[in-house]
Design a binder for this molecule. Structure first.
Ligand code: NAP
Length: 348
């Protein structure tokens, strides 16, 4: 069995008084991150799930955990429904958060899956991109005003962490490039350009690209944005892979995977422990890492800008407030690096 390096959380780290939102909080890394946030004394933990039954089970598991019972039995703990396959569900989550959650300190965009066949999401995009990228981006951009208000109240930055994966370095953009006159989102939606078994890697590259750009428009003094690969972790992530590949993955994970408690600790490091130096960065397990060279090259920088403009426009069709707010900010000369909270149109 693989022996991971021990990555301790510095003593004294506390989430007392803080509110944490975790997507995909009913299993694997999301459930474990919620558990560890509770043991760090988080006052309010919200896990998103796809059904009431999964929500009830997640809350019962967390409440029954001995460490949680010993350290933080009175935390407010609840689930909100979210199906990332559908922008509409993402928007409903945002509306519920604005209606019921006055302060939001940490968002962990964790939910994810992997499959090898082209499928179309409820919102009309290629499904894996919708689930791991686009709906998460809608949620984060929509909740930014709340995160900024919370940061202003606390006098310290709030945080958004995305789950990436080292596999993003094996993306397809160099072997299957996007034509100059082709839209990025249309490229990923085009079944003829779909490379089976590679979409997960592409999705994780897009997460890194989004994080890099987002960090250029929000100062780390307000919201620290980063992404992390937890390493190979023993979870259900391979459950939707084709039958023929499952035995290989099973053996590979048996040899290589770290336990979920260790994976959860990597996420705590990224979302709680590391500081402003991680803004816009990719962390490989606990450390800042360059990630895919492609994103540092001119073609990669062009890709990041092009994708950003397209995703803001796409999200703007679902939540126009986001597009108006971001365009206003871009149009304000000399704004880059200035505190965003003074310029945003307040949402919710
Ligand atoms: N495990 C690893 O080795 C590894 C390595 C690198 C990165 N990661 C990343 O870590 C994250 C967590 O995965 P995991 O390993 O903990 O796998 P997991 O145990 O399968 O958990 C995935 C979570 O995502 C949720 N989810 C899937 N599709 C969803 C959708 N359409 N809408 C809302 N929620 C959805 C699942 O909910 P349901 O129960 O309803 O399906 C579940 O809660 C993923 O982003 C994954 O890419 C994992």
């Amino acid at each position: 069995m693989y022996k991971p390096p021990f990555m301790p959380i510095p003593p004294g780290k506390s989430l007392a008084g803080k509110t944490v939102l975790v997507t995909g909080g009913n299993s694997g890394l999301g459930l474990e991150f919620a558990r560890q946030a509770l043991t760090l004394n988080a006052s309010h933990v919200i896990v998103t799930v796809r059904s009431q039954a999964k929500g009830d089970a997640a809350i019962a598991t967390l409440r029954a955990n001995q460490e949680v019972q010993a350290t933080n039995p009175d935390a407010r703990l609840e689930y909100f429904l979210l199906d990332l396959d559908d922008y509409k569900s993402g928007l409903e989550l945002v509306q519920k958060v604005y209606a019921e959650v006055p302060e939001l300190d940490i968002i962990l965009c964790n939910a994810g899956t992997n499959f090898f066949n082209y499928e179309t999401s409820k919102s009309g995009h290629e499904r894996l991109m919708q689930v791991i990228c686009y709906t998460h981006f809608l949620i984060v951009l929509s909740l930014f005003p709340l995160m900024q208000r919370t940061a202003a109240k606390r006098g310290s930055p709030t945080r958004v962490t995305f789950l990436s994966s080292y596999s993003h370095v094996r993306h397809t953009l160099e072997t299957n490039p996007i034509a100059a006159d082709e839209s990025v989102i249309a490229h990923y939606d085009n079944i003829k350009k779909y490379v089976s078994g590679k979409r997960y890697q592409d999705g994780k590259l897009v997460i890194n690209a989004f994080v890099q750009h987002l960090a250029t428009i929000v100062p780390s003094s307000e919201v620290i944005v980063n992404c992390v690969c937890p390493g190979i972790v023993a979870t259900d992530i391979n459950q939707n892979l084709p039958l023929w590949i499952k035995p290989f993955m099973c053996v590979f994970f048996k040899i290589k995977a770290r336990p979920v408690t260790e994976g959860g600790r990597v996420l705590v490091r990224a979302a709680v422990v590391v500081g402003e130096e991680s803004h816009g960065k990719y962390l490989q397990t606990g450390e800042i890492h360059r990630g895919a060279e492609f994103l540092a090259q001119p073609a990669g920088k062009h890709f990041i800008k092009k994708f950003w403009a397209e995703i803001v426009a796409d999200i703007g069709k679902v939540n126009p407030e986001v597009k108006v707010r971001l365009e206003r900010q871009i149009n304000q000369k000399g704004l880059k690096g200035q505190p965003l909270a003074r310029t945003v149109v307040s949402a919710g």
